[in-house]
Unconditional design. Structure first.
Length: 158
């Protein structure tokens, strides 16, 4: 199993400054090594609702290798405060496939939701509707087609 702090990410950020629907300034950039634990842990915690009846240690043993695989094969973009890039608002994990981009996960911290940050992340990652996604959320059915991760591995990955 991969340790989340040892996953490789680009350390030279590519960034774009954006203004979402509200007056919050947002910088979209590539992740840095310090972002990886937040990405890993927030994904694992926020996705647990899909496995309500599963004990957390069992869930964690199941989800950690899935997250590690997605992170290793994907592009990650981080939305953050342009004046304090350690203040992360959210991120997207998207993999380019033979059928186009597949979104593995989009996460926005609760105080920053409904401000257009997830939309900005999708736009910067080249994701358009309908979206193919491998990890379902409460609202993902509104945006595209759910393709379970195991099916994704069997069909779309080179």
């Amino acid at each position: 199993m991969n340790n989340p702090t040892s996953l490789s990410v680009e350390t030279a950020p590519k960034s774009t400054s954006c203004e979402p629907e509200a007056s919050l300034a947002v910088l979209i950039r590539k992740p840095v090594e310090a972002d990886v634990p937040l990405i890993y842990n927030s994904w694992a915690r926020s996705y647990k609702h899909q496995f309500k009846k599963m004990a957390f240690p069992i869930y964690k043993a199941f989800i950690e290798p899935v997250i590690a695989d997605c992170i290793q094969h994907s592009e990650i973009l981080v939305a953050c405060d342009p004046t304090d890039q350690d203040e992360i608002f959210g991120y997207i994990v998207v993999e380019d496939t033979i059928e186009g981009p597949v979104v593995h996960y989009v996460y926005v911290k609760s105080p920053f939701r409904r401000l257009g940050i997830a939309t900005m992340l999708c736009q910067n990652a080249g994701v358009t509707r309908p979206v193919t996604f491998t990890h379902q959320s409460r609202h993902s059915h509104l945006y595209g087609v759910y393709l379970p991760f195991i099916t994704f591995l069997q069909t779309l990955r080179d």
